[in-house]
Design a protein around this ligand. Structure first.
Ligand code: ADP
Length: 393
């Protein structure tokens, strides 16, 4: 354990831990995930330092904001100096610079080695194969523009190896006449998807696990962004258990510490296939803030700070919907139907404090909890009908 951490959490003579706040968590990335880490984990006595090019949703709440690029080693070193532990809320960061900081005894979780794997979809697929985890059949091409696809079976799903998110960097090729993106990529068989599932799995520094219920994700057909999460997923116990086991095996294979968002497909033949993993709290885990004993954000920080993990039990069925900017959004955000939505029983609203609305940008989300999933779904649809995120120039 690095010195600064040891100073703040140590054992007294009777073996009880003593915590002397504040423990400063440095977050790489100033987006909404960092913001929710801050407002859900301040209660544990943490302080937060945030690094990003713009203040953004998280920087606005941080105790210390450092302006700089997530790719700039000097900016990362400055954040490390201001923090006891480093974590991140986005994976598009300089993993090499993090490795250098780790060598200088800075505590960084999840590890830069795990991050390197997750940053590259080819390395992820190779890890799935090494760990014996099920995934769609795939092959890799470094220069798809010049490759011969004549012997391949179509349709294929092309995924850029690096820098993709929310469906960007993913393209479906229906037949060999379609031109692939000419960037190092993997190509997967098209899965006949019955349901897209996700599991949040947390692993502590001592190797202990805390796994959340399996949820269902539904996507916005226009824009490939997840817009609805249903907790728990409407799948049988055996499928849910198998999905959770896959998530555990994967996080163990990564030697992960923190919370991981594991995405899977359930195909029409009932098979589970691993899609991808995120080394951080995930959109599919936002529902845990209202519906579980310990939310994913607090859990992540418990894990990275070396504290015991919290209980993950689902207290009530829940439905989360993203509040995406309308297709004509621009300028300062405006939320139509705000008061009407707040009248809906069981609704909890989170706005991310972004200063500019853009089409399909994640401006906030809301979660409905209820005694039954049907009621939560019904009320979530009512909220979706009244609450709109737009903007005006
Ligand atoms: P991103 O990293 O951008 O989120 P994903 O790998 O999750 O990319 O793919 C985005 C979406 O594309 C998935 O949620 C799913 O709906 C669809 N998709 C991805 N891979 C496949 C596949 N092999 N077969 C069918 N659909 C897929």
């Amino acid at each position: 354990m690095p010195l600064s951490l040891r100073r703040r959490t140590r054992y007294n003579k009777s073996g009880m831990t003593v915590f002397s706040p504040p423990l400063t968590i440095g977050i790489l990335g100033g987006g909404q995930l960092g913001r929710m880490m801050i407002y859900r984990a301040k209660k544990l006595g943490f302080r937060f330092a945030v690094l990003d090019e713009e203040e953004g949703p998280a920087g606005a709440l941080a105790d210390v904001f450092i302006k700089g690029s997530l790719k700039d080693p000097r900016a990362l070193a400055e954040l490390a100096r201001a923090s006891d532990v480093l974590t991140y809320e986005i994976e598009h960061i300089n993993a090499g610079a993090l490795e250098d900081l780790e060598k200088k005894s800075h505590a960084i979780y999840p590890s830069p080695a795990a991050l390197r794997i997750i940053q590259d979809k080819l390395l992820q697929k190779e890890l799935f194969a090494r760990a014996g985890l099920p995934t769609a059949a795939w092959f890799a091409e470094d220069t798809p523009g010049g490759a011969d696809f004549s012997q391949r079976k179509f349709p294929l799903v092309q995924k850029a190896r690096r820098e993709g998110y929310d469906g960007r960097g993913v393209r479906v090729l229906k037949n060999p006449s379609e031109t692939p993106m000419n960037t190092p990529s993997i190509f997967e068989d098209m899965v006949a998807i019955d349901k897209e599932l996700a599991v949040m799995a947390a692993r502590g520094r001592d190797g202990s696990f805390a796994v959340y219920p399996v949820v269902e994700m539904a996507f916005n057909p226009e824009h490939n962004i997840c817009d609805t999460v249903i907790a728990p997923a409407r799948v049988d116990e055996k499928t849910a258990g198998a999905a959770r086991d896959i998530a555990i095996d994967l996080v163990r294979a990564l030697d992960g510490v923190g919370v991981f968002g594991v995405e899977l497909f359930l195909d029409t033949r009932g098979r589970l296939l691993l899609n991808e993993v995120a080394p951080r709290p995930h959109n599919s885990g936002h529902y845990t803030m209202e519906a579980c004993v310990t939310c994913q954000f607090e859990q992540h920080l418990r894990a990275v700070a070396g504290l015991p993990l919290g209980e993950t039990r689902l207290l009530r069925p829940a439905v989360m919907m993203n509040l995406l900017g309308r297709p004509d959004s621009a300028g300062s955000p405006r939320f139509h139907g705000y008061a009407q939505a707040l009248r809906i029983p069981g609704l909890s609203l989170h706005l991310y404090g972004k200063t500019e609305a853009r089409p399909f940008r994640k401006m906030g989300h809301f979660t409905l909890t209820a005694d039954t999933l049907e009621e939560a779904l019904e009320n979530a649809e009512r909220a979706r009908a009244v609450l709109k995120a737009g903007g005006s120039l």
